[in-house]
Design a protein around this ligand. Structure first.
Ligand code: GAL
Length: 670
């Protein structure tokens, strides 16, 4: 009997062949088995068609060298599968080959299987070549201790017939009595091994597109391959430039060479005329000044005032309800969301209809947990119901917060994706605005959830610099700048880094934006007009959504001058969607000075020189810093009208920059 049991165990614990079909074990060596084909394959990259679970790329049973496999992934080179191991995976096993659906000797793929450690360094665990009609490669590698496993499938010269099967592929996994999380597939954007820039990019047909490619290792060499027609590689500046006429999804590759290691990273470019956020959205949010006091009357007065001041024409289109429009702390018993009927007596549809009739769009707010930050019921587990309600109520934007949700990035991705999918199915085009404040680096994965912009900072307060006293609840303009200035390579059309609502106009009058003002470093909230203008300029340069947060029913001339600077807005709304690149961050006469340049669609450059210090400085800006070459002078047009327009060549443009001031110029050949 004992022998029989042992024999039975041996059969169960190794791959079994039933009716000539090979199936994976359910456990192995006392560990659980996690099949690759049961993971979410949508985050893999695949050179042709879409990867399939338990089927070849053409949808046949997985068959290599005459053997059929019940489990595995059918994919195509050039492709890549990245698995996050979570420290608890033990071994990875697979049979690798080219499916028998391809004629012999036609398909030819080079595979590399790598482990990436916690320190970001990679080790090759297995490599080789597979050809159609050839042998199956048996992969059995120790992955314990690695953070990620990468299965890299290179087309090896030519991608036709490269129908790769990663057959009978599984991880053995030590679930640590339920304490560990199982391995799962992550995107290239998240793994970001070789690249430190966006890898899922967007453009509109016929509109100039630019993609600056940056590597995580500063000395890496970057090149590209497979650029679609219409796009060119600018090797000097490491950027892709051009325009594509035809809508579609294109793939090109960034090739990153560092220390003898070459990585080929796929980039997906979606060209569509229906992008949700082709340029950063502009508008107003109720939170800073109204908090839970927001109601229909204020919303409509705000809309009428915005119209009166011409804010709609300037682009401030989205008027958004932030937290606490809700009826109650707990979701009503029928499971459907409801608003506060005393505050919104005519209902949400009336509100959005009226906003729409005035030419605005309407935004609403929720949270990826049971309750919002202010304590109302939120959307976790009710994504579909809520998305459908927002659509029926006529909303055009959802700000989706993260209070009360688990800290892990993968959980945030799941929760944002659930809402992103629900919005897509809601029957209405609702712009999805993520607000997890940056700790989980949403600029690396936000686009995959369906979001088109993501908050990168904690809540901005109406204050310049919190210094070391800054924390999640209190950050000033300077703390926002310190985050945003490093993220420009992750921004682009339809994927914008958001720096939070601007403080212009508040003058210490806000609620949450000036809460606890007695504890502010100077004991009060509020900034100088120069500081408000600097924030506006920098936010515009960063290609952040431009959102106002003060009571715009009455706008002073001084504030109106800032928020209605059409040239500054045009720089923000440029259709190439580039975020300003930080080209210099140094001390000038003892003051910290940041210099930014932003590529514009018509070839002009926006230049911003920001003096963070407390003393005025003189600064010479050289056109070369904005990649503008040659001896002919350029026209420096001062966007804030501080100085008259001036021509300057290689000798540079001299300027004075006051404390906390940002000088902005549009530099052109015209
Ligand atoms: C915060 C969010 C703010 C505001 C607030 C509402 O988490 O960052 O912008 O929406 O919640 O409670």
């Amino acid at each position: 009997m004992k022998r029989l049991l042992i024999a039975l165990f041996a059969v169960l614990s190794s791959s079994v062949v039933a009716q000539n079909v090979i199936t994976p074990p359910t456990t192995e060596e006392g560990f659980k088995v996690i099949e690759l084909s049961k993971m979410d394959l949508s985050k893999t990259t695949c050179g042709w068609s879409t990867p399939k679970a338990n089927k070849s790329i053409e949808g046949h049973p997985i068959t290599i060298a005459g053997k059929t496999y019940a489990s595995g992934v059918g994919t195509h080179a050039t492709g890549r599968i990245n698995v996050k191991l979570n420290g608890s995976a033990m071994r990875f096993k697979a049979q690798l080959g080219i499916d028998d659906e391809v004629v012999p000797n036609k398909g030819n793929v080079k595979y590399t299987i790598k482990g990436i450690g916690e320190n970001g360094l990679s080790s090759v665990l297995a490599e080789g070549t597979i050809v159609s009609g050839g042998l199956t490669q048996n992969i059995d590698v120790d992955v314990n201790g690695y953070k990620y496993l990468i299965i890299d499938l290179d087309e090896n010269g030519e991608n036709s017939y490269d129908h790769v099967d990663v057959a009978n592929a599984y991880f053995t996994w030590d679930d640590d009595e339920g304490a560990a999380s199982p391995p799962y597939i992550v995107s290239n954007d998240e793994i970001g091994v070789a690249l430190a820039c966006a890898t899922a990019v967007f453009s509109q047909p016929g509109v100039r597109f630019m993609h600056k490619i940056r590597a995580s290792q500063p000395n890496a060499l970057i090149s590209v391959s497979n650029l679609p027609k219409g796009l060119k590689w600018n090797a000097e500046r490491c950027l892709v430039d051009g325009s594509i006429k035809k809508e579609g999804v294109y793939t090109y590759y960034a090739i990153v060479e560092n220390d003898g290691e070459v990585q080929k990273m796929p980039i997906t470019l979606t060209v569509s005329k229906d992008l949700q956020q082709p340029v950063p959205f502009m508008g107003w949010l109720s939170w800073n000044v109204w908090e839970e006091a927001i109601d229909e009357k204020i919303m409509l007065e705000t809309a009428n005032a915005a119209k009166r001041y011409g804010l709609d024409k300037l682009g401030y289109q989205y008027l958004c309800l932030d937290d606490w429009w809700h009826c109650c702390k707990e979701r009503p018993a029928d499971g459907f969301p409801d608003w506060d009927h005393a505050k919104f007596p005519n209902g949400m549809r009336y509100l959005t209809d009226t906003l729409h009739a005035l030419g605005f769009k309407a935004g609403i707010y929720s949270d990826a947990a049971a309750h919002t930050c202010a304590g109302a019921f939120a959307s976790y587990g009710y994504e579909k119901v809520d998305a459908k309600a927002y659509a029926d109520w006529g909303f055009d934007l959802l700000k989706y917060d993260y209070c009360g949700a688990p800290p892990a990035a993968e959980e945030a991705q799941r929760r944002y994706t659930a809402m992103g999918n629900a919005l897509k199915e809601s029957g209405r085009n609702i712009l999805f605005y993520m607000c997890e404040w940056g700790p989980r680096e949403p600029w690396k994965w936000g686009a995959e959830t369906g979001a088109t912009c993501w908050r990168c900072t904690y809540d901005s307060r109406d204050y310049w610099d919190w210094g070391s006293k800054a924390n999640g609840g209190h950050i000033g303009v300077i703390q926002g700048v310190d985050v945003m200035k490093h993220l420009w390579a992750y921004s682009g059309v339809n994927r914008f880094n958001d720096a939070d609502m601007m403080m212009v106009g508040l003058h210490g009058t806000g609620r949450s934006s000036s809460y606890d003002a007695a504890n502010y470093p100077t004991g009060r909230a509020g900034m100088t007009q120069e500081e408000y203008q600097s924030q506006f300029s920098l936010w515009a340069m960063y290609a952040s959504p431009l959102t106002l947060s003060f009571d715009i029913r009455n706008i002073s001339d001084d504030d109106l001058r800032i928020i209605s600077n059409k040239e500054m807005i045009a720089i923000n709304q440029d259709r190439m969607g580039q975020a300003a690149e930080l080209v210099s961050d140094t001390l000038v006469s003892g003051q910290q000075v940041e210099v930014y340049v932003k590529d514009l669609e018509n070839g002009d450059m926006a230049v911003a020189v920001f003096n963070r210090g407390a003393e005025p400085i003189h600064y010479t800006f050289f056109p070369e810093q904005a990649y503008l070459k040659g001896n002919k002078p350029y026209r420096f047009h001062d966007v804030w009208g501080v100085s008259p327009d001036k021509m300057a060549g290689p000798e540079g443009y001299d300027m004075q920059v006051l404390p906390h001031q940002t000088r902005v110029f549009r530099v052109s050949r015209k």
